[in-house]
Design a protein around this ligand. Structure first.
Ligand code: GDP
Ligand code: IMO
Ligand code: MG
Length: 427
């Protein structure tokens, strides 16, 4: 009954899509447990490239049942266009199950996300503008509209009217925007209901029964550890729990059933949006990493901020999530460098920190303490076992493993399915 969590161990975009896809033929269910269409997960299969936002990556594996768990916020128009886009490429989403308890992103969530960011000015978070924060806000505020409400037009109408009664006041009186027409929203969402109905299910019940009968469930996170609402670089975070704890609350699978926690981690670091990033390289080197690694947002197209590997945040990910295995991605991007600095600790006002400082203020002032590792010149994209790697690449990986606190069980040397070195089995 293995239930395996796969999550991002940095600030997102670590290569979760590729890692999930790689395990596609060893699992029966792939469950997204939080986030929404702020995520952009890339999968490269042969000459085909897919960018998934709401659909679990398992949709690309014909024998996997993809599940959108209760912890996800769903923009139905985006989900349906994603389903249609895949259908046009011959990929069926017929097997998709959607939790009746997942929340819906409504037009007022998108409107409020955009306008509040504008009002924050310099203090803005740099959100994806997809309505994620306001949708989770209303969930916690107990004013959300859930997937199951699509099944009862009377309740749906009531919930939309109650929400818009308040939100229209905010939109018109605080932000000087136009009010949203409840009737039109109802009509639009009833249209989505027709198409989504066959997919709506009690997914927690289905998943627990599947585990009872020995099936393998993979829980696929969006975003990453440092974007977690509790454990991330608050307030520069997303509004959900991408950490392994969130995998349980976001799927209805209890912690006692988790058998493995796989942290996806890049051989360097990136971040999109605002917030602290101690190893950021705001210079030519950073630009080189961006260009060589293709570090441009899958969802918003924004440039990703780039920097060296940070072992302090890797250790932090191990601690918060109970990482059993790391999947180290994009090692190939570092080929050709003379030396590769790795951040092993921070210095704040002359004091050394081996762990993330307790306060936001100190983390903002953290200066990386670097240790230099010798690079390698060889192209490693053809490597298929650890022994195929040049000696310096092997030493780099071994050093990261030692500093991160959990074994590295797989290494990515290219975006394709086969461009992976498997050291230990992941399932
Ligand atoms: P996710 O959000 O964690 O799924 O990651 P993204 O898809 O946003 O970004 C990761 C990018 O790196 C994608 O373009 C992947 O195709 C690519 N990628 C994943 N693993 C590797 C790897 O090992 N090497 C290289 N060169 N690219 C990779
Ligand atoms: P994947 O799953 C990287 C960032 C945004 C912003 C912050 C809050 O592809 O790794 P939100 O719209 O969620 O309220 O924005 O979180 N962010 C991501 N950064 N990868 C992602 O997803 C992200 N999803 C959100 O850039 O800084
Ligand atoms: Mg991404």
């Amino acid at each position: 009954m293995p239930a395996v969590v796969l999550f991002g161990a940095q600030w997102g975009d670590e290569g979760k899509g590729k890692a999930t896809d790689l395990l596609g033929d060893q699992v029966d269910y792939v469950v997204r447990y939080q986030g929404g269409n702020n995520a952009g997960h890339t999968v490269v299969i042969g000459d085909q490239k897919y960018a998934l936002h709401l659909l679990p990556t398992g949709v690309l594996s014909p024998n996997v049942i993809p599940v959108i768990g209760n912890g996800v916020v769903i923009d139905p128009s985006v989900l349906l266009s994603e389903i249609d886009g895949l259908a046009a490429r011959g990929v069926s989403s017929e097997r998709l199950l959607i939790s009746a308890n997942a929340h819906l992103i409504m037009p007022h969530h998108r409107a409020i996300d955009k306008v509040t960011e504008r009002y924050l000015g310099k203090a803005k978070i740099g959100t994806t503008g997809r309505g994620i924060g306001p949708a989770y806000g209303d969930k916690i505020y107990r004013m959300g509209v859930r997937v199951q409400d699509l099944l009862d037009p009377g309740i749906l109408q009531q919930k939309i009217e109650v929400a818009l009664n308040e939100k229209n006041q905010i939109l018109t009186k605080i932000y000087n925007r136009r009010a949203i027409d409840a009737g039109k929203v109802l009509e639009e969402y009833l249209g989505y209901a027709e198409r989504l109905k066959p997919h709506i299910a009690d997914t927690s019940l289905i998943l627990n029964k599947a585990l009872d009968s020995g099936k393998v469930v993979l829980l696929e996170g969006g975003q990453g550890n440092l974007l977690d609402i509790d454990h991330g670089t608050y307030p520069f975070v997303t509004s959900s729990s991408p950490t392994s704890g969130g995998a349980c609350s976001g799927s209805g699978i209890p912690p006692t059933r988790l058998t493995r926690v796989i942290g996806i981690i890049k051989a360097y670091t990136t971040r999109v949006g605002a917030g602290p990033f101690p190893t950021e390289l705001d210079n030519e080197m950073g630009e080189w990493l961006r260009t060589t690694g293709g570090e441009y947002g899958v969802t918003t197209g924004r440039n990703r901020r780039c920097g060296w590997f940070d072992a302090v945040i890797a250790r932090y990910a191990t601690r918060i999530n109970g990482v059993t295995d790391f999947f180290l991605t994009k090692l190939d991007v570092l080929s050709g460098l003379e030396t590769i600095p790795v951040c092993v600790a921070y210095e704040v006002d002359g004091v050394r920190y081996d762990e993330i400082p307790m306060t936001q203020t100190d983390f903002h002032h953290a200066k990386p303490v670097y240790e230099d590792f010798p690079g390698w010149k060889e192209d490693i994209t053809g490597a298929r076992s650890f022994e195929d790697l040049p000696a310096n690449a092997q030493s780099y990986v071994k050093a990261l493993e030692k500093m991160s606190g959990a074994r590295i069980s797989a290494i990515g040397v290219g975006p394709g399915r086969t461009e992976t070195l498997q050291i230990n089995p992941l399932i």
